[in-house]
Structures are given as structure tokens and as C-alpha cells.
Design a binder for this molecule. Structure first.
Ligand code: NAP
Ligand code: GDD
Length: 327
């Protein structure tokens, strides 16, 4: 039975990746940070077959201890401060966790592996946010990185450190440059889930208005369940490498609003949505659209869920959740 250790198991991708690996017969270990983390109960209920280990990306010794207990064949580094807007307000902490945390994870895996530096296969959750002020459309593995946020800068550090450990030590370390991916498990701070939660509440008469920032930003949105499969495929390759994972289609926040409100039976969302300067960012990533042809050719990976189906899935899930709760 192969063994996997996942950091960030309490996040959206940690949930879908754990499910995928358990279905494939893996023994799955999940790293959970903090004292009495409230999300531990969710993991215990929804993913009872995941063995929980405590540790923090800021603490190399905790990572070494977790590696000693799990003795994994594969290490998926999904843990990060992942909310771009928050990264301006907490730039130093974001650099430590999202940037230096990757180095801590690589170093822990290297030390744990002893003389056999290919013993543990490593996956780094890199991001299309690294393309920032895009220098090419669509963006591929060869596109120049131009990050626009402290989060993006930290991810660039983690990306190059992963490549450096592969080149310096021969480690099987891959970096997945994933474009935005969403699901009903998406955190409520991200624009897609913020919209689908509000749409459900507005449709049920529980809320009237929704405050948003830049409605013209364009993103290449895919389904998280499809994207964790790409992570796993990367790790199974004989040689580690870097891959863009995306749908190749881009949509504005406005288009997301169109599909979401329409699906809930509201044809004119103008009266419900207003723009609030608080949600604009100091520097914006205007357009992301990925070229995932390398992932298609080498990994045989393709996204299955369309943009429209993704939005509908998220609205349906939030409608169901809102119907089941009172307020
Ligand atoms: P998420 O839902 O925000 O989950 C982030 C995870 O990181 C949570 O489990 C969180 O734990 C954990 N974490 C935060 N600080 C930590 C620390 N100091 N030590 C250990 N773990 C820590 O993010 P996601 O959407 O699942 O994304 C997974 C990864 O992919 C992240 O690295 C993200 O930056 C990257 N990524 C995401 C996307 C996307 O569109 N979703 C695209 C590209 C890349 P708590 O629950 O305890 O806070
Ligand atoms: N969150 C949020 N809230 N975003 C808003 C809002 C709002 O009220 N109004 C407009 N937006 C715009 C943002 O300015 C941005 O251009 C876009 O919606 C998407 O924002 P997010 O959903 O917060 O995602 P992100 O693209 O900044 O970052 C996500 O994707 C990255 C991959 O490109 C995160 O998951 C990152 O962790 C990930 O790396």
C-alpha cells in the first residue's frame, strides 16, 4: 500500500486529494497545524481514514517528526497562506509560510531521506498567480514569471526552490503550476464561493446585496476534483518536472455572476451587486489563461468539468446548504 503525507489537508485541495488517494488504496497522513485546530473535526468526520499528524510548515522539526511517523512514498505540499488579498496585510507571514515553508518541507524530506534522495516523491503546489502581470497569453511553463502580490512572490520562491532541490540533489520534486480551481469546498473568502454563497442566500430571500471588488478580472477557472488528479499524475512520472494545469478558457468575474445568478433564477443581478473599494487590490492580476498542452501530452490529463457546470455545481451546493439552515 503506497503512503502519502499531505500538508494543507484541511484545505479545499487537501480534501479532494485525500479522497482520490484513499480511493486508489493509499495510506493517507494529513498534517494539521495549531492547537485544537477547529477543522480537525471536519477531517475526522469526512475523511475518517486519514491519519492526522500535527505539525507546521514553519517548524522543520515538526515536519521531520511527521515524516518519521508517516514514512511516506509521496509528499504533497499543499499547505500555504493562500488568500492573495490577505498577503498584502501579512506579507512577512505569507513569505514565511507560503515561501520559506516550501524550503522547510524540501529540507525535511531531504534530511528524512538519508542517502536515498529519491525515496520520497515531492509535489509543490505552485500557482498561476506567479504569472501576475502576464508576459504571454496563454501562459505556459516557459512564460516569464512577474508576480503581483506578496503571495505570488512567495510562490515564485517555492517554485524555484523546488526546481533547485531537484537539480541540486536529484530529488523527485515536481511543481504543479495550477490555475484557479474551485468547488463547493472552496473557502468563502475567494470570489467564486463568495458569489455562490450570496446567490443562494439572495435567491432564498436571506440576503439582499453583495459587495465585490474588480468585476473585470479574468480567470481560468477549473474544478478542484479534476486538478488533484493532475497532481497525482505528476508524482507518478519516472522523472520529476513542472506542469501548467488549466482549462485553457478564461472568464471574467462578471461572467461568473451571470451564470451563477441565472442558475438561481435571477436574470438581472445589477441591483444585488455593488462595488466596494475595500475589495480592490493594490496590484491586480488582470488576465490568466493557461496552456496545459504539456500536461495533456505527458500526463494524459484533461479537465472534465466545464466552467458552466462548475458554477452550477457550486450554486446547487450552496442552495442546499442554505435551505438546510434557518437564518
Ligand atoms: P486552502 O483551502 O486555503 O488551504 C490551505 C491549507 O494550508 C490549509 O489546510 C491550511 O491549514 C494550511 N496551512 C496554512 N498555514 C499553514 C502552516 N503554517 N503550516 C501548515 N499548513 C498550513 O488552499 P487550497 O485552495 O486547498 O490550495 C492548496 C494549495 O494550492 C495552496 O498552497 C495554494 O496556495 C495552492 N494553489 C491553489 C489554487 C486554487 O485555485 N485553489 C491555485 C494554485 C495554487 P488551516 O486549515 O489550519 O488554516
Ligand atoms: N476574493 C475576492 N473577493 N476577489 C474578488 C472580489 C471579492 O470580493 N471582487 C473581485 N475579485 C477578484 C480579485 O480581485 C481577483 O482578480 C479575482 O476576483 C479572483 O480572486 P480570488 O478568488 O481571491 O482568487 P485569486 O485569483 O486572487 O487567487 C486564487 O487563485 C490563485 C491561482 O491563480 C487563490 O486560490 C490562490 O491561492 C491561487 O494561487
Amino acid at each position: 500500500m503506497p503512503r502519502a503525507l499531505i500538508t494543507g489537508v484541511t484545505g479545499q485541495d487537501g480534501y479532494y486529494l485525500s479522497k482520490l488517494l484513499l480511493e486508489k488504496g493509499y495510506e493517507v497522513y494529513g498534517l494539521v497545524r495549531g492547537q485544537n485546530n477547529p477543522k480537525i473535526d471536519f477531517i475526522r468526520e469526512e475523511l475518517p481514514d486519514v491519519t492526522i499528524l500535527t505539525g507546521d510548515l514553519l517548524d522543520v522539526s515538526s515536519l521531520l517528526r511527521a515524516l518519521g511517523k508517516a514514512n511516506p512514498d509521496e509528499f504533497y505540499n499543499l499547505g500555504a497562506i493562500s488568500f492573495v488579498a490577505y498577503s498584502w496585510e501579512n506579507a512577512s507571514l505569507t513569505s514565511d509560510v507560503t515561501g520559506k515553508g516550501v524550503l522547510n518541507a524540501l529540507e525535511a524530506v531531504r534530511l528524512h531521506s538519508g542517502d536515498d534522495l529519491r525515496k520520497v516523491r515531492f509535489y509543490q503546489a505552485s500557482s498561476s498567480e506567479m504569472f501576475g502581470k502576464v508576459q504571454q497569453v496563454p501562459q505556459s511553463e516557459m512564460t516569464l514569471l512577474w508576480p503581483r502580490s506578496p503571495y505570488g512572490v512567495a510562490k515564485v520562491f517555492g517554485h524555484y526552490m523546488t526546481i533547485n532541490y531537484r537539480e541540486s540533489y536529484g530529488m523527485h520534486a515536481s511543481s504543479g503550476i495550477l490555475f484557479n480551481h474551485e468547488s463547493p469546498m472552496r473557502g468563502p473568502e475567494f470570489v467564486t464561493r463568495k458569489i455562490t454563497m450570496a446567490v443562494a442566500r439572495i435567491a432564498l430571500g436571506k440576503q439582499k446585496r453583495l459587495a465585490l471588488g474588480n468585476l473585470d478580472a479574468q480567470r481560468d477557472w477549473g474544478f478542484a476534483g479534476d486538478y488533484v488528479d493532475a497532481m497525482w499524475r505528476m508524482v507518478q512520472q519516472p522523472e520529476a518536472d513542472d506542469y501548467v494545469v488549466s482549462t485553457g478558457h478564461t472568464h471574467s468575474v462578471r461572467s461568473f455572476l451571470d451564470v451563477a445568478f441565472n442558475h438561481a433564477g435571477i436574470s438581472n443581478w445589477d441591483k444585488h451587486v455593488y462595488q466596494d473599494p475595500d475589495f480592490f487590490r493594490p496590484a491586480e492580476v488582470d488576465l490568466l489563461v493557461g496552456d496545459a498542452s504539456k500536461a495533456k501530452e505527458v500526463l494524459g490529463w484533461e479537465p472534465k468539468v466545464s466552467f458552466e457546470d462548475l458554477v452550477r455545481m457550486m450554486v446547487d451546493s450552496d442552495l442546499e446548504r442554505e435551505r438546510a439552515t434557518k437564518d
